[in-house]
Design a protein around this ligand. Structure first.
Ligand SMILES: NC(=O)C1=CN([C@@H]2O[C@H](COP(=O)(O)OP(=O)(O)OC[C@H]3O[C@@H](n4cnc5c(N)ncnc54)[C@H](O)[C@@H]3O)[C@@H](O)[C@H]2O)C=CC1
Ligand SMILES: CC(=O)C(=O)O
Length: 225
């Protein structure tokens, strides 16, 4: 007899650019049923409805709901926190510290009340500090609180290398360590194209230019309209 496996429940706090994109990709890949929470009435509900109505086109059955009330997130397996202010031109990620610490603190308390066994994934900037803050506020063991940044930073580095060499991103493995900020450390000798370290393929000054563009990634991607 086939065993029925329930989909995971994944809540996304903040239904802005990052939260809504994450919610849609989760639903489209059927990683779980999704609940989006925001403070602006109509935004999480409306965006969730739009996404759910893409199910018949993209062929997914994952549920997508939006709400203002954290009880809708109850029993989540994973909660992704994106709520907060994004960087304005000229701001560093650290400039966001005070504004977002207040938001992340109260959001984390609400999340923990409703999903005491979840894994918390932090995206709000400044990422490393907000992850630490959420860990402290949650009281969770450290293996249940993670920050998302290394994947994005490594993806940016891979993308720039693919442009430089005219090869597919699929052939590139890259590793970017350190914080999600100006101190991030792309590792060229551990970055390979089909197994060949990039210092054997790209001049040093070009690698450094791509490493710097990766560090500046968040700012470059958020130019004023
Ligand atoms: N870690 C990473 O890789 C990345 C992190 N970020 C960070 O993610 C955060 C969100 O960025 P965007 O989505 O572009 O901003 P956004 O302004 O589009 O969305 C933020 C959302 O949070 C909501 N919000 C504000 N206070 C809230 C609260 N107390 N409870 C629930 N929702 C609340 C806002 O209403 C808004 O809809 C920023 O801090 C940004 O710097 C952005 C890109 C990558
Ligand atoms: C905003 C930000 O942290 C980024 O795009 O990397």
């Amino acid at each position: 007899m086939e065993e029925e496996v329930a989909r995971k429940k994944i809540s996304v706090i903040g239904a802005g650019n990052v939260g809504a994109t994450a919610a849609f990709l989760i639903a489209q890949k059927q990683l779980g049923d999704v609940v989006m929470i925001d403070i602006v009435d109509g935004v999480p509900q409306g965006k969730a409805l739009d996404m759910a109505q893409m199910g018949p086109i993209e062929l997914f059955d994952a549920a997508v709901d939006g709400d203002l009330d954290y009880t809708a997130t109850a029993g989540s397996d994973l909660v992704i926190i994106t709520s907060g202010s994004p960087r304005k031109p000229g701001m560093t990620r650290e400039d966001l510290l005070q504004i977002n610490a207040n938001i992340v603190g109260s959001v984390t308390e609400n999340v923990v009340k409703n999903s005491p066994d979840c894994i918390l994934m932090m995206l709000t900037n400044p990422l490393d500090i907000m992850t630490y803050h959420a860990w402290k506020v949650s009281g969770f063991p450290s293996h249940r609180v993670v920050g998302q940044a290394g994947v994005l930073d490594s993806a940016r580095f891979r993308y720039f290398i693919s442009l430089e060499l005219g090869v597919s991103v699929e052939d590139i493995q890259a590793l970017v360590l350190g914080g999600h900020g100006d101190t991030m450390v792309p590792l060229p000798r551990y970055t390979t194209v089909n197994g060949i370290p990039i210092p054997q393929l790209i001049p040093e000054d070009r690698i450094e230019a791509m490493a710097q563009r990766t560090r500046d990634g968040g700012a470059e991607n958020r130019q004023p309209p």
